[in-house]
Design a protein around this ligand. Structure first.
Ligand SMILES: [Zn+2]
Ligand SMILES: [Zn+2]
Length: 374
């Protein structure tokens, strides 16, 4: 027997969508099984109301119904609407609502890798190609987790929403709480026949090559995250991240101190006394001249501004601090010994008490203090 959906909702045949929605909401709340426990009549009525609403609220189904008195194809199922709770019926008319109750996709796990970088690579930034294992869509089931031709089924417990509602309190004011559906763990579906290759997770571990761009100024111990380059989530969930932990390779002759670099060099006694120009290496490969004035002290530190390491995410650069030491030979020939003894008798080479200049440690402290202020 043909059902008169308009009569069921108590609206005219020319009712607009708003009127239909209002009528449905009023009746659905009145006959909802949650509000009429054990009342079979109310339950039947609620099913009818839901079925009528499902057809009349859909312009295409409504047109078919108006023309033919029924809806072609599969009979209207009120299952999805029937699964709505009282609160969801309320919410579905205030935006969001049901859509916010969608099952949450399960995100893939992060992949952690470590990457060793030289100071040169840290200074300039570097592009690296790395390889790691990560979860991809299972090729046997194309990531669905289900054996071929046996699709997953909507979870009947939560109606596919991934969450179940339960009410707290009694009487007019009740609180509705949601929790993850215990039968599907929030997925909203159940796998009837798990894929034999992946056991139902829809994942397969594969070797993956990834190009990564490390910006200048990374430091050892820093972890950079590359969004969505990690494991794929099960059943098509979004990827986790790729976490890249930076390790620093020790440099053969530079020592890092924050953004500053320290370089030690040994100079002959004659060059310290008479002055000279040194050629100092830098991380870019370029050599920069460093002028030593006559009378330079052993242990003195010179600053080459901006020749240190860049600061991460900044245009600032540290300095290169060059410490100059006198070269003291461990062995001398008889001829060299004679010359040195001869030199030692000359007036300028006889120590004359304490020099007025600041000591070495004081100078070094000064240099780092200036650095910290700049
Ligand atoms: Zn599979
Ligand atoms: Zn469920």
């Amino acid at each position: 027997m043909k059902k008169d959906y308009y009569a069921i909702l108590g609206v005219g045949r020319d009712a607009d969508l708003e009127t239909i929605k209002r009528a449905y909401r009023r009746l659905a709340l009145q006959y909802h099984p949650d509000r009429n426990p054990g009342n079979r009549e109310a339950e039947e009525r609620f099913k009818e109301i839901s079925e009528a609403y499902e057809v009349l609220s859909d312009p295409e189904k409504r047109r078919q119904y108006d023309l033919f008195g029924h809806v072609g194809g599969s009979a209207p199922t009120s299952e999805s609407i029937f699964a709505q709770t009282v609160e969801e019926i309320f919410q579905s008319f205030f935006g969001g609502g049901r859509s916010s109750r969608r099952p949450s996709a399960v995100q893939g796990k992060d992949v952690k890798v470590t990457l060793e970088l030289t100071l040169e690579e840290i200074a300039s930034g570097v592009q690296k190609e790395i390889e790691y294992l990560r979860d991809e869509a299972c090729s046997a089931c194309r990531g669905t987790g289900s054996a071929e031709r046996i699709p997953p089924q909507g979870c009947p417990t939560c109606g596919g929403t991934g969450q179940v509602a339960y009410r707290v309190g009694s009487g007019f004011f009740q609180q509705i709480l949601y929790q993850t559906c215990p039968d599907c763990q929030g997925r909203g579906f159940r796998i009837i026949a798990p894929c034999a290759a992946c056991g139902g997770m829809g994942l397969e571990r594969k070797r993956h090559r990834q190009t990564i761009q490390i910006p200048p100024g990374a430091t050892g111990g820093m972890t950079l995250a590359m969004r969505e380059a990690g494991h794929l989530g099960p059943w098509g969930g979004p990827r986790g991240d790729l976490l890249i932990e930076i390790h620093e390779k020790p440099h053969p002759f530079f020592v890092r101190e924050g953004e500053s670099l320290i370089y030690e060099t040994w100079v002959s006694y004659a060059d310290l006394v008479l002055g000279t120009t040194l050629s100092i290496p830098t991380l870019s490969g370029e050599k920069v001249p460093l002028r030593l004035n006559p009378g330079t002290l052993s242990g003195e530190v010179f600053r080459l501004t901006g020749k240190g390491l860049p600061r991460y995410n900044s245009r600032k650069r540290g300095d290169l601090l060059v410490q100059v030491h006198v070269w003291v030979p461990s062995k001398v020939s008889p001829e060299e010994k004679r010359l040195l003894e001869e030199l030692g008798r000359h007036k300028s080479f006889i120590p004359a008490g304490r020099r007025p200049e600041k000591g070495f440690w004081e100078r070094l402290r000064q240099l780092f203090r200036n650095k910290a202020e700049s």
